[in-house]
Write a protein that binds this ligand. Structure first.
Ligand code: 5GP
Length: 183
């Protein structure tokens, strides 16, 4: 095993390619925040972040939303050590907020097969929110197994495994400030 951390290998080796720079992410997040501020004016939405991957995007996004809002988090099972979806979505931490009759905006890091967002829609719909929308930083366009309209998408990306900016590889590399493709 080399002395270098995975973090250093991503940043310094050619094996990893920057897909989105922190500047691109910042600029697009600002635009999304602006759009969401307009769409939700006067509504005080509950913004629900999907853990773990969505935490950085959530934190940056809400700082660009210039209206009153509340936050909560839900935690779903990740892929574990796999790079492909198992197809099963398990809730590991529930929200605490009461969402019936509230405007709910769910913040996802990435939509791959669409199974997670589909499962969340089904789950949250039971509580009859006043509205239910989804925002995802990334969407793998070619991939979706399940048809699902995401209301706000940061970037459409090709079907590659990506890491950084909240997204992990075997639970590490979430702290990379940009999004990288593992070649
Ligand atoms: P889906 O249910 O749409 O297939 O997958 C959604 C979840 O899988 C995301 O919230 C994310 O946690 C994980 N995921 C999907 N694609 C990737 C990827 O390319 N890289 C990483 N690190 N996680 C991914």
């Amino acid at each position: 095993m080399s002395n270098r951390s995975e973090f250093e290998r991503v940043v310094f080796d050619n094996k990893f390619r920057v897909l989105l720079t922190r500047e691109q992410i910042e600029a697009r997040t600002r635009e999304l925040g602006k759009q969401i501020s307009t769409d939700y004016r006067g509504k005080q939405p509950i913004v629900i972040g999907v853990l773990n991957g969505g935490f950085l995007f959530m934190a940056d996004l809400i700082r660009h939303i210039e209206i009153d809002l509340e936050i909560d988090f839900i935690k779903l099972s990740s892929y574990g050590d796999q790079k492909v979806s198992s197809g099963r979505v398990e809730v590991l931490k529930e929200i605490n907020a009461e969402i019936s009759n509230r405007h709910v905006l769910v913040v996802e890091d990435i939509v791959d097969t669409g199974l997670s967002v589909k499962a969340l829609e089904k789950k949250f719909s039971v509580s009859k929110p006043a509205s239910l929308r989804f925002v995802a930083l990334l969407r793998k366009t070619e991939k979706a197994k399940v048809h699902f309209d995401i209301d706000y998408v940061g970037f459409e990306i090709p079907d590659h495994f990506v890491v950084g900016y909240g997204l992990d590889y075997k639970q590490i590399l979430r702290n990379l400030p940009a999004v990288y493709v593992m070649e």
